[in-house]
Ligand binder design. Structure first.
Ligand SMILES: C[S@@+](CC[C@H](N)C(=O)[O-])C[C@H]1O[C@@H](n2cnc3c(N)ncnc32)[C@H](O)[C@@H]1O
Length: 206
């Protein structure tokens, strides 16, 4: 069936207006910068085929892998106590553990913040539930959970002294947008700490 041109163009304009109003009212779309990412058909099986600054973004580690984050050998393999010591924490610091997973690092950091707290941030509600369970079990009260989106850690502006990402940044589907939000969340003089393991261990594929 043939439609008159005026109807088709009216329909196209309607679609454009509808989409742009959706994009402007939906923060998840409005804040996304697409031209800095490239989608490539040939990619690593552990990646999502999306590249940022020449690096392929890894698949998110699902909550069913929570046991691996809590493995006994972790202290020997990754020396998390050295990470905490290197942070130079102050007792009243507010620390955001972004991509907190089961809160392995959050619970190591929290006892150093006698007047401060850890904001354990993750996109998987199941991970935050596990953190809630550990909070009760370990009787640690200064860890709070925050549900993030792929584009934002959902932290208030100028609210944190330190953002730490341990073994997490490589999974962020929108690393640029997340970093912009982290910078907004830092208090003046705030710091960002990245911990990734591939530099030390070439067997790590991510
Ligand atoms: C490999 S786990 C590491 C967990 C924890 N940092 C640790 O070292 O035990 C990575 C975590 O990052 C989370 N994640 C992935 N993308 C995220 C994003 N955009 N914002 C917040 N968390 C994210 C995943 O859900 C997962 O729990």
């Amino acid at each position: 069936m043939k439609y008159p041109k005026t109807i088709i163009s009216f329909f196209s304009i309607f679609i454009v207006i509808l989409f742009s109003s959706f994009a402007f009212t939906n923060p998840a779309i409005a804040n996304v910068t697409t031209d800095i990412y490239q989608q490539r058909p040939n990619h690593h099986p552990d990646g999502i085929g999306k590249f940022y600054l020449g690096r392929e973004i890894a698949q998110v580690m699902g909550h069913t892998g929570a046991g691996w984050l809590e493995r006994q050998s972790r202290e020997v393999e990754e020396q998390p106590s050295k990470i905490v010591a290197a942070l130079g924490l102050k007792p009243n610091d507010i620390v955001a553990d972004i991509g907190a997973g089961t809160g392995y690092l959050s619970f190591l950091i929290a006892p150093h913040l006698s007047q401060g707290k850890v904001l354990a941030v993750d996109i998987q509600p199941e991970m935050l539930e596990i953190i809630g369970y550990f909070k009760e079990e370990k009787k640690i009260n200064n860890v709070e959970t925050i549900l993030a989106t792929e584009t934002s850690p959902n932290l208030p502006a100028e609210s944190i002294n330190l953002a730490i990402m341990v073994d997490a940044y490589h999974e962020f589907a929108y690393p640029h947008e997340v970093m912009v939000e982290i910078v907004k969340a830092l208090k003046p003089g705030g710091r960002v700490a990245f911990v990734e393991y591939r530099g030390e261990n070439p067997l790590i594929m991510i």
